[in-house]
Design a protein around this ligand. Structure first.
Ligand code: SIN
Length: 180
């Protein structure tokens, strides 16, 4: 990044909501319009392994009335290059960089970086019956830990910020019910 670039903002809607693990100086709950979150991306590097992928979230284009909640971060000035290198590595399993506008209690932030996965990537799993997605989440573990942890921590974080997500909540309820 050039020295005169404005602040770097990053929007997280998956693990980046509850485990950003990068240097930031501000964070706010916020939402993007026109997207919906789904557990449609396969994970063989974090929450599953090759041959037994876990399921993680991505953003899909949706109606303009749809809001997807997450956390928006302002990266610590001077750390931008290091943070992007780290995130490009962390999100390398099928995610690409996009730019979105995020709304939070303080207003709108334009040109916010987000990592999302499209059907064009080799790890893509796509839609499946919710019961099947729940079973896959329960069965999957990868280098970053259990897929169940990813789901439940995301659900709890979204509820805490007042951004409950119906797809995530339905899946969390199924998984919690099965695990007893
Ligand atoms: C994100 O959290 O914004 C991207 C997906 C993930 O790493 O879980």
């Amino acid at each position: 990044m050039s020295a005169d670039a404005g602040p770097l903002w990053i929007f997280g809607y998956g693990s980046l909501v509850w485990r950003p693990a990068f240097a930031h100086v501000e964070r706010h709950p916020g939402f993007v319009r026109g997207f919906t979150r789904r557990f449609w991306q396969g994970s063989t590097d974090h929450r599953g392994v090759p041959g037994a992928p876990g399921r993680v979230v991505t953003l899909l284009p949706a109606g303009a009335d749809q809001r997807c909640w997450g956390t928006v971060y302002r990266v610590r000035p001077g750390s931008e290059g290091e943070v992007l290198t780290g995130l490009d590595h962390r999100e390398q399993g099928g995610y690409v960089r996009e730019r979105v506008e995020v709304t939070h209690a303080g207003g709108q932030i334009r040109d916010v970086l987000v990592y999302l996965a499209t059907p064009a990537n080799p790890e893509w799993l796509g839609d499946a019956p919710l019961e099947q997605i729940a079973a896959q989440v329960i069965a999957s573990v990868g280098p970053s830990g259990a897929n169940v942890e990813y789901l439940l921590r995301l659900h709890d974080a979204l509820v805490d910020m007042g951004g409950r997500d119906e797809h995530v909540a339905a899946l969390a309820e199924l998984v919690r019910g099965r695990l007893g």
